[in-house]
Design a protein. Structure first.
Length: 130
């Protein structure tokens, strides 16, 4: 299901409850599920989610016994460009996202907001394109 891309930088996030995180990111923030590879124990070894043509990767935390790196989960802070931050904000709020910075206009020309996912990762959404 993965589509070729010219993207060069990918956020990669670890979650204690990766399948629940995938569901939340789809419902609250509008990500689309790509490939999801799980181990025999149900742990997500690799998952890809797409937003507006760009991809992030995520997986379950690991003790290292399954060959993956023993790295802790979050917190991570990620910024995502959206065309309509007001509609995106409303979707996130309706899905129960914890908003930590309300929708506002910035002095540098962006409009956006910041929310946390259920495992404490911080997601900012706005119109600013660096």
């Amino acid at each position: 299901m993965t589509v070729a891309t010219t993207q060069s930088i990918y956020a990669s996030i670890r979650y204690r409850e990766a399948m629940a995180a995938i569901d939340f990111l789809e419902r609250a923030f509008g990500f689309d599920r790509g490939d999801v590879h799980q181990g025999e124990d149900g742990a997500v070894h690799h998952a890809e989610l797409r937003f507006a043509g760009e991809w992030i990767m995520l997986g379950s935390t690991s003790s290292g016994s399954d060959g993956r790196l023993d790295l802790p989960s979050g917190p991570t802070w990620i910024y995502v460009v959206v065309d309509d931050p007001d509609a995106h904000y409303e979707r996130a709020v309706a899905a129960g996202a914890e908003v930590v910075r309300d929708l506002k206009d910035e002095d540098y020309g962006s409009r956006g907001y910041t929310a946390r996912d259920p495992e404490g990762n911080v997601w900012s959404f706005g119109t600013y394109r660096p």
